[in-house]
Design a protein around this ligand. Structure first.
Ligand code: NAP
Length: 250
């Protein structure tokens, strides 16, 4: 008996060196999925994710690539496909913020956020979808944000990147629907991670007033949802934008 109905499948999780990406990688590992752990600048953190996955009894390795760089993405997907033989599940999780009001936003802040969050998803997905089409099975799961739905002051770049992900999801879901491939986006609210934990208390107090449940989420709240979408149980679900945000998008 396998650990789950996707036991033995192969995943690539971008930005899996920490935070939500690591939690997703570990949850997939618990389900018997072998995981390629992408990271950009945190090899030590990526090594921790890999060690934990190996202790769960699945194959895992770290693969460095900046997802905003087409050449690096191509080489990453080549390395993973060679080592695993295939990629069944792609989780586009890598993402950054570079906040400021629009009037003060630099070209660099705009370009870097769009390049990582939106171009990165495009490069990674295009690089893996062909092999999924050939095998007639695949899961593409994007990590969006509640901010792509509601908008947020100081985050026009981030909101645009995450809103773009929603259109991409719906369009691609239609393109590959008959090929056994589902494409969905999970939109977390505020989840306790390095990025959120360091916010000033005053900002946290304001954010709390937006969240009906009155507290931040945990990385596993997101990871469990991603794991469900990756599973066979979610085979009839595609093109969906699913919030996990304590009610913030209501
Ligand atoms: P995090 O703790 O800052 O982790 C970000 C991850 O993305 C790291 O593993 C980082 O790798 C990787 N990364 C960043 N730029 C990259 C690049 N150019 N190429 C490859 N990897 C890159 O962030 P998080 O809070 O877990 O967020 C993960 C995702 O969830 C993001 O897409 C974020 O927008 C989304 N999200 C988070 C929240 C939240 O409340 N935390 C809410 C909504 C949505 P290195 O450290 O190795 O560079």
């Amino acid at each position: 008996m396998g650990k789950s109905d996707i036991d033995g499948r192969f995943a690539l999780v971008t930005g899996a060196s920490k935070g939500i990406g690591r939690a997703v990688a570990l949850r997939l590992g618990e389900m018997g999925v072998h995981v390629a752990v992408n990271y950009n600048s945190s090899p030590d953190q990526a090594a921790i994710t890999v060690d934990t996955l190996e202790s769960q009894g699945v194959e895992a390795f770290a693969v460095q690539a900046d997802v905003s760089d087409l050449g690096q993405v191509s080489s990453m997907v080549e390395q993973v496909s060679k080592r695993f033989g295939r990629i069944d599940i792609l989780v586009n999780n890598a993402g950054i913020i570079s906040d400021s009001l629009l009037v003060r936003m630099s070209d660099e802040a705009w370009d870097s956020v769009i390049a990582t969050n939106l171009n990165g998803m495009f490069y990674c997905t295009r690089a893996v979808v062909r092999q999924m089409i050939r095998r007639r099975w695949g899961r593409i799961i994007n990590i969006g944000s509640v901010v792509g739905i509601r908008g947020n002051i100081g985050q026009v770049n981030y909101s645009a990147s995450k809103a773009g992900m929603i259109g991409f999801t719906k369009a691609l879901a239609k393109e590959v629907a008959t090929r056994g491939i589902t494409v969905n986006t999970v939109t977390p609210g505020y989840i306790s991670t390095d990025t959120v934990d360091v916010l000033p208390q005053k900002t946290k107090d304001t954010i709390m007033t937006w969240i009906p449940q009155g507290h931040f989420g945990e990385v596993d709240d997101v990871a469990h949802l991603v794991a469900f979408i990756a599973s066979q149980k979610a085979k009839y679900m595609t093109g969906q934008i699913v919030s996990v945000d304590g009610g913030m998008a209501i």
